[in-house]
Write a new protein. Structure first.
Length: 346
């Protein structure tokens, strides 16, 4: 993690604005991370639409190990020189990469990686993966794949869907070799090929296997589920470990705010819950939203009870307070296919 000086932040922001205008014409459609006009929900919509509307039967859930620390700076500069002719911009980027980190008066300079936290780092990461992965993957699926292939990349999180298992196996091997050429490796524990899609449950049942495996992407666990009519439905639910981590953080903050008045605590908690819902309130995720809100009220009640041994904060009274201050759990995002169709009309 590198914290740049104010002057560098201003210059980096100006350079990023210029480079965005250049590279937005080059970046491919399945790249969503840290691009103007493209959010995490756009990536989630694209993935959900691809899984539900195309013959996807296998998913490669890929994660690049220590990506921001492993970027080869020489290759990055070479990629930028391929597109940027202004040597002043190239020199600025080289200076940012070679600036190093000052820790306890000692300066250390790394030959690999980009400083996380710098304004320019997300764009530089996209440039690197555009040449290392995106162009190669797009060419592979057009020339090598036997069936349908979908790709969604958000920064170094990559999900690829295949019609045939053989395509997934060959792509996995080829991707491992491709990344190795540019000093990158796939995380051995977080990268896996799993059977997933419209017919995954039926086919696994015929082979005497259990339910289809799940995978996580951008804070959501993706599950093969069924609608009330019995038809296939992709369900996305909030990651349980991320929710627990968020609740632990709220618990610590409530301890610090223990002696604040209920209106002050309620105003702050309402902002927290509203922010959580703004991201996680996707269709089919209502139970996770209700669970999060219920646990926030429980933590709030415990905090109020600790203020006095004689406090008679019953659960009925606490529910009334929660209803007065906290927003209700409800779905805020549209179905992914509808939003995707609006943003990407055919």
């Amino acid at each position: 993690m590198g914290v740049t000086a104010l002057e560098d932040k201003i210059v980096q922001r100006a350079v990023v604005e210029i480079l965005n205008a250049v590279y937005e014409a080059d970046f491919l459609g399945f790249s969503y991370g840290f691009r103007p006009g493209r959010s995490q929900h756009d990536a989630l919509d694209a993935l959900a639409t691809g899984i539900t509307t195309t013959p996807v039967n296998w998913i490669l859930d890929a994660d690049i190990q220590g990506f921001f620390d492993a970027v080869n700076q020489e290759w990055l500069v070479h990629f930028m020189e391929h597109r940027i002719g202004d040597t002043r911009i190239i020199r600025l980027v080289q200076k940012w990469l070679k600036a190093g980190v000052l820790n306890d008066g000692e300066l250390s300079v790394n030959e690999l990686g980009t400083p996380q936290g710098a304004v320019a780092s997300p764009l530089l990461a996209n440039v690197y993966l555009h040449y290392v992965f995106d162009l190669w993957a797009d060419r592979w699926r057009r020339r090598e794949a036997k069936g349908k292939v979908i790709i969604v990349r958000y920064a170094d999180d990559i999900v690829v869907g295949y019609q045939y298992e053989a395509d997934g196996r060959r792509f996995w091997d080829a991707m491992r070799e491709r990344l190795a050429q540019f000093a990158l490796t796939l995380h051995p524990d977080k990268t896996r090929l799993l059977e997933f899609g419209r017919y995954a449950a039926e086919r696994r049942q015929q082979r005497g296997l259990g339910k289809p495996e799940t995978f996580t992407f951008l804070g959501f666990t993706h599950v093969c589920s069924k609608a009330r009519r019995g038809t296939y439905m992709l369900r996305r639910k909030s990651r349980a470990d991320r929710m627990r981590a968020k609740l632990r953080d709220i618990k610590e903050q409530l301890r610090k705010r223990m002696h604040d008045s209920i209106p002050v605590q309620g105003t702050w908690l309402a902002q927290v819950v509203r922010g959580y819902f703004a991201y996680h309130a996707v269709p089919m995720n209502i139970h996770a939203l209700q669970s999060f809100r219920h646990n926030v009220i429980k933590l709030w009640r415990r905090t109020l009870q600790r203020r006095s041994q004689k406090d008679g904060m019953t659960w009925e009274r606490m529910e009334r307070i929660g209803n007065d201050w906290l927003p209700p759990a409800k779905i805020l995002h549209p179905w992914p296919e509808r939003r995707f169709a609006v943003k990407h009309p055919r």
